[in-house]
Write a protein that binds this ligand. Structure first.
Ligand code: C2E
Ligand code: MG
Ligand code: MG
Length: 436
């Protein structure tokens, strides 16, 4: 059996080239995940106007390469890496992605920064980029398999005249994954996904102020899937818009009953990263409201922190477009991508939800307790309501109450439940308080 790293085997004893270094790192990242297990490889072909000079390696063209790599490098995160494979092709690796859609956002960024011509001395070069994207779960992909898939996707992008194409074909996926994709597509087509609602309890009044709507996989459908997996598959295989439409319509249909029975003013739904980047999102949501003759005030939109920080400026613009239509916004899973702390004051949001990973370990971990305290104080400075999710026990609940956390969502009060059950639960919760 061959020994040594994949890159070393591929390139023999020659000194490490940029692509060799990239392949070495990619191989390590595929073996030992850092953070999340989703990783993407992008192959960018440039179709540059100085293509012939570039192959001759003229000094001006070499200078252009530096400008190119710098421009693209500036759009990437600190952990991403890239290499110029040929004068016309750049390989980019995005490890530890919060979701596959972040790779689509990265491609959009790259396309944008390459719009302006590149300049070196008297030479002006334009490029007509197209990008192939291959996404994998870390334990499943191999460097060559990913490069091959990205390269095929790039050809597809070029033939369709699109900026990028994602290797969404089931190639490289095992049978089980194909089953999952078909199952999600089938459940969506037959309207089989249901919604469970989880109360958010206000600490000051001990009343349910709103609920979060979460999708649920029907009990009688196999293979059994968690909401996270359903959402991940919908995002990766182009079904997220359909899923969100289904959630919105179900929630709006059930809202009238819920409002009459409980007086609940608002239901929060989750938006995925890809939806936030879609300029048609406000109209998409408005269409749903129009069908049910409902105002935007009844719907709150939870946006994960990782989705927002993928493209801060574009996200802020979109968030303003959404609040302009009357939607309330919350940042979900806050604390995991703390780079956005500095931007918090610029987000037009009303609520901040602390990620349950910190809440979970609060009673046993001093640093986590401190972090939660800091987030609560910071949010209050910005006049935001803070919600702790994933609160499972009374000790954590007491700690959060002492820290001034505004609302609690967690098993300590209730698990997510169907609408009819929620009506009974709220009646009993509020009734108990009234001493009935
Ligand atoms: P999320 O939006 O952060 O939702 C909170 C998750 O925490 C839910 O998991 C909820 O059931 C769980 N949870 C609440 N309280 C507790 C607790 O005390 N302990 C523990 N261990 N867990 C608690 P769920 O329903 O499995 O959903 C997981 C994620 O899937 C959601 O996280 C959200 O990111 C995504 N998701 C669910 N429904 C949708 C949807 O309709 N659209 C989109 N885009 N994403 C969705
Ligand atoms: Mg949420
Ligand atoms: Mg959350």
């Amino acid at each position: 059996m061959a020994t040594g790293s994949f890159a070393a085997r591929l390139f023999g004893g020659r000194p490490a080239s940029p692509t060799q270094t990239l392949l070495g790192r990619l191989e390590r990242d595929l073996q030992v995940p850092r953070g999340t297990t989703t990783l993407a490889v992008l192959i960018l072909s440039l179709a540059r106007s100085d293509a012939i000079d570039a192959t001759l390696e003229l000094p001006e063209s070499m200078l252009i390469n530096t400008v190119l790599l710098e421009r693209i490098g500036n759009t990437l995160r600190a952990d991403d890496y890239l290499a110029l494979a040929t004068p016309d092709e750049i390989w980019i690796v995005l490890p530890a992605l919060a979701s596959a859609t972040i790779a689509h956002l990265a491609a959009t960024h790259i396309g944008r920064v390459l719009e302006a011509p590149l300049q070196a001395g008297t030479l002006t070069v334009t490029v007509n980029p197209c990008i192939g994207i291959a996404v994998t779960s870390v334990s499943q992909g191999t460097p060559l398999g990913l490069l091959h898939a990205a390269s095929e996707a790039r050809k597809r992008a070029r033939s369709l005249s699109r900026l990028f194409f994602v290797a969404t074909e089931t190639e490289g996926l095992d049978l089980h994954s194909k089953d999952l994709i078909n199952a999600v597509a089938g459940a969506l087509a037959q309207n089989r996904l249901t919604i469970a609602y989880q109360p958010k309890v206000d600490m000051a009044t001990q009343r349910v102020l709103s609920v979060e709507a979460l999708i649920r996989w029907p009990a009688d459908l196999t293979p059994v899937m968690s909401p996270m997996v359903v959402v991940e598959i919908a995002e990766r295989f182009g079904m997220i818009e359909e899923l969100t439409r289904h959630v919105l319509h179900t929630v709006l249909r059930e809202y009238t009953t819920l409002l009459t029975a409980t007086g609940l003013p608002r239901i929060w739904i989750n938006l995925s990263a890809g939806m936030l980047a879609d300029p048609d999102l406000p109209d998409f949501l408005q269409q749903g409201l129009d069908i049910w003759s409902t105002g935007a005030g009844v719907i709150g939109l939870e946006i994960t922190e990782s989705a927002v920080i993928a493209d801060i400026e574009q996200s802020i613009e979109m968030m303003h477009a959404l609040t302009g239509r009357g939607f309330e916004l919350a940042i979900d899973d806050f604390g995991t991508g703390y780079s956005s702390l500095a931007y918090l004051r610029r987000f037009p949001i009303s609520e901040l939800k602390i990620d349950k990973i910190f809440v979970k370990h609060m009673s046993s971990s001093a640093p986590d307790t401190q972090l939660v305290r800091t987030i609560i104080d910071l949010a209050h400075n910005f006049k935001l309501k803070v919600i702790a999710e994933g609160v499972e026990d009374a000790t954590t609940l007491d700690l959060l109450a002492q820290m001034g956390c505004d609302q609690i969502q967690g098993y300590v009060y209730a698990k997510p439940m169907p609408a009819a059950e929620l009506v009974r639960w709220i009646a009993s919760f509020h009734g108990e308080l009234a001493g009935n």
